[in-house]
Design a protein around this ligand. Structure first.
Ligand code: NAP
Ligand code: 8YV
Length: 323
């Protein structure tokens, strides 16, 4: 057994806990009676922190873990981890990029179809016996002839774009940088893109730099025929304003896989007939979650051996991170 002590922050897939426990001394923090006093007593000596974090992993946490070498984040999005502060302290932060691109893109397109063609609502109609009693389900809006603006044309955004092209959608994208060799129109102004497209597909990182990027001005520009799909992070959308726009039919519909305070969903959102809501299942297949889980463990193993982490985030590039 290695002497590289691993702390698992919150419940994780059995695959992760089992693989880590077979190689390292592992503590499951959430199973401790008093997490704070456990950290005070045992924080020194912990080398790896693992989790799909639901609370901030920042200077206050790092202060309690003075020997930490790696934060291995379950998920490509690491907005809960202060990676800049980790980098400053020589701690590597790793995430799970690429292995989930196709799964999340499948979910995004599924959610788009569900939202525009009102497929969940039509299934509810059938199950309630209304087809028999009231006749055919009302005709829905369509994807035909629509233009979609991708908000964040990164790894997953590009997998979404490939699928959208096959669906016959015209595409545009918004980001901080124009990308070489991308054939779609680029917008550095999100309001301008929202004005020119019918659908906004949001798939960029969460965190302070994108908080409430989808705000009143963007939704106004999207307009009454507009559709918003968010598979990024709930914080990217001003949820209160979105609810107002859906209630007042100032946009057509929204499909959301992520929420500002998930898993708490505002009752006003649950009550809406023009919103399709999924419980953050973007990457949630057995196949893809296994790939993500194995990558979480493989990153810890690499660092425990003094090797480069497999998938360090940009803020903690190897070899700047302490090995
Ligand atoms: P990625 O490859 O890093 O792409 C991110 C894209 O967003 C890039 O095109 C980047 O372009 C743009 N971007 C980043 N920061 C920005 C900012 N502050 N303002 C405007 N544009 C910005 O990331 P990815 O692997 O595709 O993942 C994207 C995100 O999807 C993750 O961070 C995660 O939050 C979310 N996600 C959700 C699920 C789910 O289950 N729903 C699953 C996986 C991932 P520029 O650098 O040019 O701006
Ligand atoms: C995970 C995700 O479900 O990768 C991400 O950023 O949002 C999802 O794939 C999530 O991170 C699990 O906590």
């Amino acid at each position: 057994m290695s002497d590289f002590k691993v702390l698992i922050h919150g419940p994780v897939m059995p695959l992760i806990a089992n693989r880590l426990s077979s190689t390292f001394p592992v503590t499951k923090l959430w199973e401790e009676a008093d997490e704070t006093s456990w950290l005070q007593r045992n924080g020194a000596g912990i080398r790896a922190l693992v989790g799909g974090f639901r609370s901030r992993i920042d200077a206050a946490v790092f202060d309690r873990l003075p020997d930490l070498r790696i934060v291995s984040n379950f998920g490509v999005g690491y907005d809960m981890v202060d990676a800049v502060e980790a980098g400053r302290r020589g701690i590597a932060v790793t995430n799970t990029p690429d292995v989930l691109n196709e799964e999340v893109a499948d979910t995004a397109l599924g959610l788009l179809l569900m939202t525009v063609r009102r497929l969940p609502q039509s299934e509810q109609y059938l199950r309630a016996g209304r087809w028999l009693s009231e006749g055919n389900f009302p005709l829905s809006p369509s994807l035909r002839g629509r233009t979609m603006g991708i908000v964040g044309l990164g790894r997953i955004g590009k997998a979404i774009a490939r699928r959208a092209e096959a669906f016959g959608l015209k595409l545009a994208y918004y980001g901080r940088n124009r990308q070489p060799d991308v054939p779609y129109p680029f917008y550095s102004d999100l309001v301008a893109m929202a004005r020119d497209v019918d659908i906004l597909m949001v798939i960029l990182p969460g965190g302070a730099s994108t908080k409430h990027l989808i705000n009143r001005a963007v939704l106004e520009a999207l307009g009454p025929d507009g559709v918003l799909i968010n598979v990024a992070r709930g914080t990217v959308v001003d949820e209160t304003t979105l609810i107002e726009f859906l209630e007042q039919k100032k946009i057509l519909a929204a499909g959301l896989d992520v929420f500002e305070f998930e898993p708490k969903i505002p009752p006003a959102l649950l009550a809406l007939d023009n919103a399709v809501l999924l419980p953050h299942v973007g990457s949630g297949s057995v196949h893809t979650r296994d790939l993500m889980g194995n990558l979480v463990v493989d990153n810890v193993i690499a660092v425990s051996k003094g090797l480069a982490p497999l998938t360090p985030v940009a803020e903690t590039p190897w070899p700047a991170a302490k090995g």
